[in-house]
Write a protein that binds this ligand. Structure first.
Ligand code: SF4
Length: 273
């Protein structure tokens, strides 16, 4: 079932939106409105298991955050130190709750994969002094406008200023797939962050969007035109208004059901709000 048949825009429904929107929150609605309802409206709490891929990604992000926090303080972390820290954090945090779907790789294989991603990045970016680090896991809150204002929130892995109003938004990816340039050119997440950066830093002249595909040792870059940002703002605002007008939040079954924390219980929440 499509979403449009379930849309009713009423002032009552607008009151459902109290927390800022994020790219991932919008994506949950686009993938399955019922999952959105359970997570963000009904706030049904379930124990969410962490997969080994997400666990690995979190520790790689944590290592890079540490690397740049130290570099900002004038200290370059040595490779041996960085990898020892990664192993310690892994031993500290890894337990039986981390689930492994594919049995062709052991936890140790995943640790080696994390090390190898970091190694490739370390070699290419040493000594980590390009530009001034403005923020790490930098929180951005900003409003976007449509028929009314909506508050957005986002966290930038690393925000850098190269001087003279040139900013870079860096995002680390640890997945095993690399998108095409066409997909990167339409990416919503970093383009939304660009809107937030432009609203937060009055000296901005240029914003470069940079994705680091760590498993491939490659980066992809993109720029957005003012017209693209304007269109994105209008589209995002329209999507939020669609969410706020939603009544039934239909189930949208698909491959993602396999990973959904509400699988097996989502049919029970069928009454319109
Ligand atoms: S199990 Fe599938 S249909 Fe049900 S809420 Fe999750 S994603 Fe939606």
């Amino acid at each position: 079932m499509g979403r449009s048949g379930d849309i009713l825009k009423t002032p009552l429904n607008v009151a459902k939106a109290t927390e800022p929107y994020s790219h991932s929150r919008l994506s949950v609605f686009e993938q399955c409105p019922r999952r959105y309802r359970l997570r963000y409206v009904d706030k049904v709490e379930v124990e969410e298991a962490v997969g080994i891929e997400a666990f690995t990604g979190t520790l790689v992000h944590d290592s890079l955050e540490h690397l740049y926090a130290m570099a900002r303080d004038g200290q370059v972390v040595g490779w041996e130190q960085l990898t020892a820290r990664l192993r310690n954090r892994w031993d500290e945090l890894f337990d039986d709750s981390v689930f492994i779907v594919r049995k062709d790789a052991t936890p140790h294989d995943h640790l080696l994969r994390a090390q190898s991603m970091l190694m490739a990045y370390y070699r290419s970016n040493y000594p980590f002094d390009e530009g001034d680090t403005v923020g790490l896991e930098h929180e951005l809150r900003f409003n976007i406008s449509g028929s009314r204002e909506h508050e957005m929130i986002g966290y930038i892995d690393r925000l850098t200023c190269l001087g003279d109003g040139v900013y870079e938004i860096h995002d680390y990816k640890t997945g095993k797939r690399m998108p095409s340039p066409a997909v990167i050119g339409k990416d919503r997440q970093l383009a939304l962050y660009e809107i937030g950066v432009r609203r937060s830093f009055p000296d901005v002249k240029e914003v470069h969007l940079i994705w680091h595909y760590l498993a491939f040792g490659r980066q992809m870059r993109s720029r957005r035109t003012p017209e693209q940002l304007e269109r994105l703002e209008a589209d995002t605002s329209a999507l939020i208004e669609e969410i706020e007008g939603c009544v039934r939040y239909p189930r949208q079954e698909g491959p993602l059901c396999r990973w959904c924390e509400y699988a097996g219980m989502c049919q029970e929440h069928d009454a319109p709000l």
